[in-house]
Design a protein around this ligand. Structure first.
Ligand code: ADP
Length: 608
């Protein structure tokens, strides 16, 4: 459409110009030629009349007009024109084409009247005598001042007209042909001008549609060529800028989508511009559907909308920590909304960053509890020692056996303090990031034997049967030997502690597919299943008083669980109240892959 309109407008102008020029030239040329031709005819007739005048004057001078008629007839034939001689009175004396006797008085003919007045006269009119349109030129013939007659030369105008018509036709044909040629050339040039423009239009449309691979062939060196060159440069720049923009955008999207924090950006009308995966998860919405919709329509959480609205209204950062009921349950979310500005620093909307603080707050709580627990645990023996020692100091008269009892109790409490500190140091050491287990192939039977050696005396003193159940073949595990020993020591220590006199404690080692299993079994007090998960928590004891009495710190199983997990194993317990317990550690029996997983810290691991 554009193409045809432009080419036709350009072409129509050319056509009009060519036709106007051709017709003007045709018109003026033919008018000129017609005028010139009539003038020529008239001049020609005047020359002939001059000749005839001389002939007539001679005849008049001779006084003999008898041969005039013959002479005039002869001259008329020779000059192919009609010649007439008229007397001063208007009577026709001789005529080349007619018999003068039959001709009427010619004194009143227009050309004669004019010749009488000014010596020469011309007229164009119909001749009754010859019966056609004629051009006449008449001259007066004088003898001194006196007019002695008139001579007249005439030519039929039909011949002039015919000649003129021919000339006009030739001119029209030339004008027509040159116009046609000009029209064709004009069309060709118009196409040459509009062709590249059309091409450029198509390319511009393609570029607008995102096709930056379009390129122009720059053929001409004129303005259109320069335009095409500029166009190509522009496309190239657009392409490189688009690439940069797309790259930046993708980088930003990659960063946003890999962020743990949720990010929502809205414009001033509160429509969502961007929402990353984490935010979609927190708000429990479909990411694709949410973008472009108003935040209030997308989420039913008024806090989110209000925080964003405040950041826009007050044009400052708003920070708020709140409990949000998300798909993952109630979470402590910190919302940080900041105003969003465009390139001109104008307020364009707001961006909200959600940080899930649940875990952090929980860890803080766990740490607080831990410190409180540790302080409490330390305080108890210290208070007891202080009380005992103060009594000893105050009561100088105390009988020696009572004094001894007091001192023994001080000793017990300091032992308790010591084991508490030992356990705390163990916790601190295994929890420290520097601790990395030294994984090697160890025979679990060896570990079991060593632990049994350590605790046999203690158990037997208490009246327990201390047994080992080990296969003849080695049971290999990939583990840290020290950590493994500590695990079995702790389990065995507990079994001894929580099994009354006369009971039995047994360590069993066996292979089980990809695992090497250590079981510590007793038939002691047992544990109600409702405590099975909790006993692995730090400082958790079913019966605090009894544990304390037995020298327990509440950290033993927490350390066991942490070490087992750090070595890639699992721990579980089978137990019923009053029937005894089995603690089972299942360790990897095969060499670990190159990258061994890092141990969770005691604090990260909720249950342990
Ligand atoms: P503690 O130093 O008090 O023994 P642990 O972390 O080792 O602390 O154990 C936590 C609690 O689990 C103990 O207080 C005890 O109630 C229970 N428990 C652990 N081992 C046994 C067992 N073999 N038999 C019965 N109860 C046990």
């Amino acid at each position: 459409m554009i193409r045809s309109r432009f080419i036709w407008r350009l072409y129509a102008g050319t056509v009009a110009l060519i036709l106007l020029t051709a017709s003007l030239i045709g018109f003026f040329v033919s008018r000129n030629i017609v005028g010139q031709s009539l003038q020529d005819t008239e001049n020609d007739l005047r020359t002939k009349a001059l000749f005839l005048a001389r002939v007539y004057r001679e005849a008049v001078a001779d006084g003999d007009l008898s041969s005039l008629q013959d002479e005039v007839r002869g001259m008329g034939e020779e000059t192919e024109s009609r010649l007439t001689v008229i007397g001063a009175d208007g009577a026709v004396l001789a005529d080349s084409d007619a018999d003068p006797v039959r001709m009427d008085d010619h004194g009143s003919r227009a050309e004669i009247l004019a010749a009488r007045k000014s010596g020469i006269g011309s007229s164009t009119r119909y001749s009754d005598t010859v019966g056609r349109e004629m051009m006449y030129v008449a001259l007066s013939v004088r003898d001194g001042e006196e007019i002695v007659g008139y001579v007249r030369a005439a030519f039929p105008l039909v011949d002039v007209s015919r000649r003129l018509a021919h000339i006009r036709n030739v001119i029209a044909a030339i004008a027509g042909l040159s116009s046609l040629a000009a029209l064709l050339l004009g069309f060709f040039f118009a196409r040459r001008v509009t062709g590249p423009l059309r091409q450029m239009t198509r390319a511009a449309i393609a570029v607008a549609g995102g096709d930056y691979e379009r390129e122009f062939e720059v053929r001409s060196r004129d303005e259109i060529g320069a335009l095409a060159g500029a166009f190509n440069t522009m496309i190239e720049q657009l392409r490189s800028r688009m690439e940069t923009i797309v790259l930046d955008r993708n980088k930003l999207l990659a960063i946003l989508s890999s962020m743990v924090e949720g990010v929502v950006a809205i414009d001033r009308s509160e429509k969502i511009l961007h929402l990353n995966l984490a935010a979609a998860r927190i708000l429990d919405v479909d990411r694709e559907q949410a973008i472009g919709n108003k935040i209030a329509e997308v989420t039913g959480m008024p806090e989110v909308r209000e925080t964003l609205a405040r950041a826009i209204r007050e044009e400052r950062e708003i920070v708020l920590e709140t409990n949000l009921g998300t798909a993952a349950g109630k979470r402590k979310i910190e919302m940080r909304a900041s105003p969003l500005r465009d390139g001109d620093e104008r307020l364009a909307g707001a961006v909200l960053v959600f940080s899930d603080m649940t875990e952090l707050r929980r860890l803080e709580a766990v740490r607080r509890d831990f410190v409180a627990n540790v302080s409490h645990e330390l305080k108890t023996p210290v208070t007891a020692i202080r009380g005992l020692v103060e009594t000893l100091i105050d009561d100088a008269e105390m009988p020696p056996d009572r004094k001894l009892d007091f001192l023994r109790r001080v000793h017990d409490q300091s032992m308790r303090l010591s084991s508490l500190i030992t356990d705390l140091l163990t916790v601190s050491s295994v929890e420290s990031r520097e601790w990395a287990p030294e994984i090697e192939r160890i025979d679990l039977r060896e570990t079991a034997r060593r632990s049994m050696r350590n605790l046999r005396a203690l158990g037997e003193t208490k009246g327990l049967a201390m047994e080992t159940d080990l296969p003849a073949e080695p049971v290999f595990a990939y583990a840290d030997a020290d950590a493994m020993r500590q695990i079995v020591d702790n389990l065995l220590d507990n079994a001894v502690k929580y099994t009354p006199a006369g009971g039995r404690v047994r360590v069993r080692v066996r292979p089980d597919g990809a695992r090497a299993v250590v079981e510590v079994e007793d038939n002691g007090v047992g544990i109600h299943p409702k405590y099975h998960a909790r006993i692995f928590e730090r400082f958790y004891r079913i019966d605090k008083a009894r544990s304390r009495e037995l020298g327990g710190t509440g950290l033993g199983l927490a350390i066991v669980k942490h070490l087992v997990l750090a070595l890639g194993g699992t721990i579980d317990v089978e137990s019923e109240e009053g029937k005894g317990s089995v603690f089972r550690a299942r360790m990897p029996a095969n060499a670990p892959a190159a990258s061994s997983r890092s141990a969770p810290t005691l604090f990260e691991d909720r249950a342990g």
